[in-house]
Design a protein around this ligand. Structure first.
Ligand SMILES: C[S@@+](CC[C@H](N)C(=O)[O-])C[C@H]1O[C@@H](n2cnc3c(N)ncnc32)[C@H](O)[C@@H]1O
Ligand SMILES: Nc1nc2[nH]cc(C(=O)O)c2c(=O)[nH]1
Ligand code: SF4
Ligand SMILES: [Mg+2]
Length: 221
């Protein structure tokens, strides 16, 4: 982690207020802080605009903006939030200010220094993303029951792979929620839902709710 190291500055792509569209927090009003940059290139990524676009803000400025929405639920996402060292400081400050803080991370960066009060929603990248070689398996042992693991599934091969990973790492015992989410536009939600029911899997199916409320390409929602 080198970007903006040492100064109280983060490069921010966007800050917005919306309905949480993912995870077990889905449906709740939530403030989103989307940080710039990502060191992965998931083939189906819906947020490529966050790879480079952004403006520098101090942590104080970010917190002031977050407070302006008068909402106690905040998600730090990106891009990859853990690429910027100061995201750790931002999350700690938000926890100190009594916000409920969610972190969306790709699962390839060290989560050991994330404030223990943060609810981590960590992807495990499936083969269909072409990024599964980047998974940081050591992270799994650092998660707890307040945290969630998400598999974003493109096809049957991803689905079978995710089932194997759940067994291999005993994920059901490690985290509170295991999410299975279809890659938007690549696999019909009904297909994934049917597989889960056929196998009686103890996972939580999710779709990206915001893409159904708004148009799938609308930014800032
Ligand atoms: C844009 S990423 C940002 C946070 C972090 N880089 C990560 O990958 O978790 C937020 C979430 O959106 C998911 N996502 C991105 N593109 C998607 C798509 N086309 N369909 C379904 N989920 C997608 C990612 O897998 C991740 O869970
Ligand atoms: N409404 C809404 N909910 C979300 N949950 C996770 C998001 C993300 O991009 O990380 C996201 C997003 O972009 N919009
Ligand atoms: S890690 Fe997240 S932001 Fe980066 S390419 Fe993958 S889905 Fe997109
Ligand atoms: Mg998104």
């Amino acid at each position: 982690m080198e970007i903006n190291k040492g100064e109280d500055i983060l490069t921010v792509n966007e800050i917005f207020f919306s309905i949480q569209g993912e995870s077990s927090w889905m449906g709740l009003p939530c403030v989103f802080v989307r940080l710039t940059y990502c060191d992965l290139r998931c083939v189906w990524c819906d947020t490529e605009y966050a790879f480079y676009e952004g403006n520098n803000m101090t942590i104080d400025e970010i917190i002031e903006k977050v407070k302006s929405y008068d909402c106690e639920l905040v998600e730090i996402t990106g891009g990859e939030p853990l690429l910027q060292e100061n995201s750790l400081k931002l999350m700690k400050r938000l926890c100190d200010e009594n916000f409920t803080v969610l972190l969306e991370t790709g699962g390839h960066r060290d989560i050991s220094k994330v404030d223990p009060r943060v609810h981590i929603i960590m992807d495990i990248k499936c083969p269909g993303s072409k990024m599964s070689h980047k998974n940081r398996w050591e992270n799994i042992e650092l998660l707890s029951k307040k945290d969630e693991i998400k598999f974003v599934i493109k096809d049957r091969n991803d689905y079978e792979w995710a089932k194997e990973i759940i067994k291999k790492f005993n994920l059901t015992e490690k985290v509170g929620t295991i999410l299975f989410s279809p890659v938007f536009g690549e696999i019909e939600p009904i297909t994934l839902a049917t597989w889960i029911l056929e196998d009686k899997l103890h996972v939580r199916f999710q779709i990206q709710l915001h893409k159904y409320i708004w148009s799938p390409t609308t930014r800032g929602v």
